[in-house]
Design a protein around this ligand. Structure first.
Ligand SMILES: C[S@@+](CC[C@H](N)C(=O)[O-])C[C@H]1O[C@@H](n2cnc3c(N)ncnc32)[C@H](O)[C@@H]1O
Length: 263
């Protein structure tokens, strides 16, 4: 049984730090390029998190447009509301991706990055995203497939056990493999699918890789027991990465997949 992440104040701080690193800044540029938001459009950001993408989207639709950021977690909404406070076209609301409280055909754009992988009833959530879009509206869903990880280490068996435990932080750690078919079944026409890599070919202290390493260590320390992973083994896994970094032998890569579709 999976034990999903708690999006509390600590998680909000860690996410905000990780999501201002170059890999994730690049992801947001790619998402904006794919969606091409225009002034005056109405946009829904489902799982708005710290509000970094929402801020860019609100700026692009301008005061003639509208940006609604929705999230299930109060701690994340607090961060997003602070970030968007000066933008009259933006508002944040509490809600569930699988049960959107908006009328049919409310938005020109609905976007959701790194959220649906946490949602247990994924087909309901994709159906809801479809329902709230106007006919011809654009959708973009982006998620990670943790099978795509390439991560150098000294002990592959230990790495495999740590990553197996980490898989449990999501409802579906391999969502991208089925997401296109799910979107088509919901009535979308999928126009474009892009890989968005989180890549550190060498150690960079300020990087997605460095941030996610800490998140995985914290998660595995707290939840490893169910996988027979002792805390000392988790620490050994982490220390191995630091040693490889010191020797100039660090390598990390994982792929996210962005699906652009039209209703
Ligand atoms: C990994 S963060 C991504 C945040 C943001 N979309 C981004 O890419 O910067 C996941 C976010 O989804 C939210 N979330 C998870 N499950 C949700 C659900 N069922 N409904 C709404 N939000 C959800 C979490 O609270 C968290 O803010």
């Amino acid at each position: 049984m999976s034990q999903m992440l708690d999006f509390d104040d600590n998680a909000a701080r860690a996410l905000e730090a990780m999501y201002t690193t170059p890999d994730v800044v690049g992801q947001r540029a790619k998402v904006i390029e794919m969606l091409a938001p225009a002034p005056g459009e109405h946009v829904l950001d489902i799982g708005v998190g710290p509000g970094l993408l929402a801020h860019d989207l609100a700026r692009l639709v301008g005061e003639a447009g509208r940006l609604v950021g929705l999230d299930a977690a109060a701690a994340m909404l607090k961060v997003a509301r602070t970030r968007l406070a000066a933008m009259p076209q933006a508002e944040c609301v509490e809600g569930d991706a699988a049960d959107l409280r908006f009328p049919d055909a409310s938005f020109d754009i609905a976007v959701s990055t790194q959220v649906h992988e946490y949602v247990a009833d994924i087909d309901k959530a994709v159906g809801e995203l479809h329902r709230v879009l106007k006919p011809g509206g654009r959708a973009l869903i982006l998620d990670t497939d943790w099978r795509s990880v390439v991560w150098h280490c000294s002990d592959q068996a230990l790495m495999d056990r740590v990553l197996k435990c980490w898989d449990d932080h999501l409802a579906d750690p391999h969502l991208p493999a089925t997401l296109g078919a799910r979107m088509r079944r919901a009535g979308f026409r999928v126009l474009r699918v892009e890989i968005v890599p989180m890549l550190s070919p060498q150690w960079q202290p300020v990087s997605y890789a460095a941030g996610i390493m800490k998140s995985i260590r914290g998660y595995a320390m707290a939840n490893g027991e169910r996988h027979g992973l002792a805390q000392a083994e988790v620490q050994a896994w982490y220390d191995d990465q630091l040693r490889l970094a010191e020797r100039g032998e660090f390598f990390f890569s994982v792929n996210r997949y962005a699906f652009l579709a039209v209703r």
